[in-house]
Design a protein around this ligand. Structure first.
Ligand SMILES: Cc1ncc(COP(=O)(O)O)c(C=O)c1O
Length: 457
């Protein structure tokens, strides 16, 4: 029997009032017919989204800083995306691999143009997890090697290989063994929670040292097909590696003929102030995995590698019935066009650093706010108990209060102790100002207001 406390794993936040009759009707049907494994952050029953707002069944509007988990980068129902979907749906909805189709080819060309370095060969899939699977298959096939190295705290998805590569929480992977392997886990340079809290360079050095030891003591490099890593950990807590870490990682991978896969599923598409977060590190991975923000909310993902690599993969070794659906591709082309025309990378950089500065000032003198960090509009606020350990109750308290004030924010981190802000990149200055005001009001916690809990380490 699973223990009850293990079933309740997420910080569930709800508007602190009884749902309306209309909402309750759907919540009852949900309880009756939806597989309970599908967890939701709130009991909002959504029916509409416009720009930065999501509307519930009673037409109450919530300022949405969750963006459907970093997906709605242009906000909800951006007119350019809606019309691209409508236009495409009237022409061709599906063909799969029975034919070529124009939208797939146009999107592949566009992705090749905007991807770093020589990444110019595109395979389209439906979800982040599926693209991760494809990337790993390619790496294994090309190298003929079995093992994969992942990094502690990572999140790569929920399918069997992608969950085996996920170490952000035991909760996602326990009771599923045997998981695919061989997979070897190296430390991720999470400076704030390391013993090198005030020395990022030492944290990076130590993580790289541990990785070299892994390749020396545990698995021979000649057996390693790939390393897979997020440029900024998402689910793991919005953790940014110290400067220089990626350059050395690139060197280690290259020196052993190991494919470097970068998972940009959460960090990609202008969110961090560049089209892809790895561009901040000035390295080029061998394979890049993208999803979420790519298509204005339509299900689409991709893995992108250099032609020299993919040319060695024989036709039909990989495939997908729905991957690269024409309607999703049309939505992606419109989304990327808007991102480029409106220079949303620059917008994310500018607004992100303004919000970051503001929240860092707010955090000063408040011991329970451990760290405010971020890049562009990917911002994390980490909360501490009085003893400096991660605090999930404070996070829950803040999220709950925000929701009471019609602001939707989500959390992440191994203890659910980090609030992550991932607003639409199109959020207006006035909306951002309003969001910060609410957030600050809700983060202004008086002594004794939150009861701390013990959590397992
Ligand atoms: C970095 C990263 N990789 C992979 C995934 C899995 O994507 P999906 O849920 O679309 O399968 C996620 C999802 O949150 C993610 O954040």
């Amino acid at each position: 029997m699973l223990e009850k406390k293990k079933i309740i794993k997420k910080v569930m936040i709800n508007p602190n009032r009884v749902p309306s009759e209309k909402a309750q009707h759907y919540l009852d049907l949900d309880a009756e017919y939806v597989n309970p494994v599908l967890d939701r952050y709130t009991n909002i029953v959504a029916v509409k989204g416009r720009g930065s707002y999501i509307y519930d069944i009673n037409d109450d509007a919530y300022l949405d800083l969750g963006s459907g988990i970093a997906v709605n980068s242009l906000g909800h129902c951006h007119p350019a995306v809606v019309s691209a979907i409508q236009e495409q749906a009237s022409q061709l909805i599906h063909t799969s691999v029975t034919t070529h189709h124009t939208r797939y080819i146009e999107l592949a060309e566009k992705l090749a143009q905007i991807s770093p370095g020589n990444l110019d060969s595109v395979f389209l899939s439906n979800s982040g997890s599926e693209a991760v699977e494809g990337a790993v298959k390619l790496a294994r096939y090309i190298t003929g090697r079995p093992a994969i190295i992942n990094f502690r705290g990572s999140f790569h998805g929920r399918t069997f290989m992608s969950v085996a590569l996920t170490t952000s929480k035991l909760y996602f992977r326990e009771r599923l063994e045997p998981l695919p392997g061989p997979i070897y886990t190296a430390p991720f340079p999470y400076t704030y929670r390391s013993i090198f809290r005030n020395d990022p360079a030492a944290c990076a050095k130590d993580s790289l040292h541990q990785l070299r030891l892994l390749l020396h003591q545990v698995v021979h490099p000649s057996q390693v097909a790939a390393m897979i890593i997020e440029p900024i950990q998402g689910e793991g807590g919005y953790v940014i590696p110290p400067p220089g870490y990626f350059a050395e990682l690139r060197e280690i991978a290259s020196s052993h003929g190991i494919i470097l896969i970068v998972d940009e599923v959460q960090s990609g598409f202008c969110r961090t102030g560049k089209m892809f977060a790895i561009e901040h590190e000035k390295i080029v991975p061998d394979i890049m995995v993208v999803a979420k923000g790519i298509a204005g909310g339509m299900p689409l993902s991709a893995f992108i590698a250099a032609k020299e690599l993919t040319a060695k993969w024989a036709p039909a070794r990989h495939g997908s019935t729905f991957g690269g659906n024409p309607v999703a591709c049309a939505a992606a082309l419109a989304t990327i066009r808007v991102m480029q025309e409106e220079k949303l990378d620059k917008r994310a950089e500018k607004l992100g650093s303004k919000i970051l500065d503001r929240l860092r000032k707010f955090a000063q003198g408040r011991q329970y706010i451990g760290e405010v960090r971020g890049r562009g509009l990917m911002i994390g606020i980490e909360f501490n108990r009085p003893d400096g350990e991660p605090s999930r109750p404070i996070t829950k308290h803040v999220m709950q209060n925000c929701l009471e004030n019609k602001l939707l924010v989500l959390n992440c981190g191994e203890h659910g102790h980090v609030i992550r802000l991932m607003p639409p990149l199109t959020i207006s200055d006035a909306e951002a100002e309003k969001a910060c005001e609410i957030l600050e009001k809700c983060m202004d916690i008086k002594e004794g207001e939150v009861i701390h809990e013990q959590h397992s380490k």
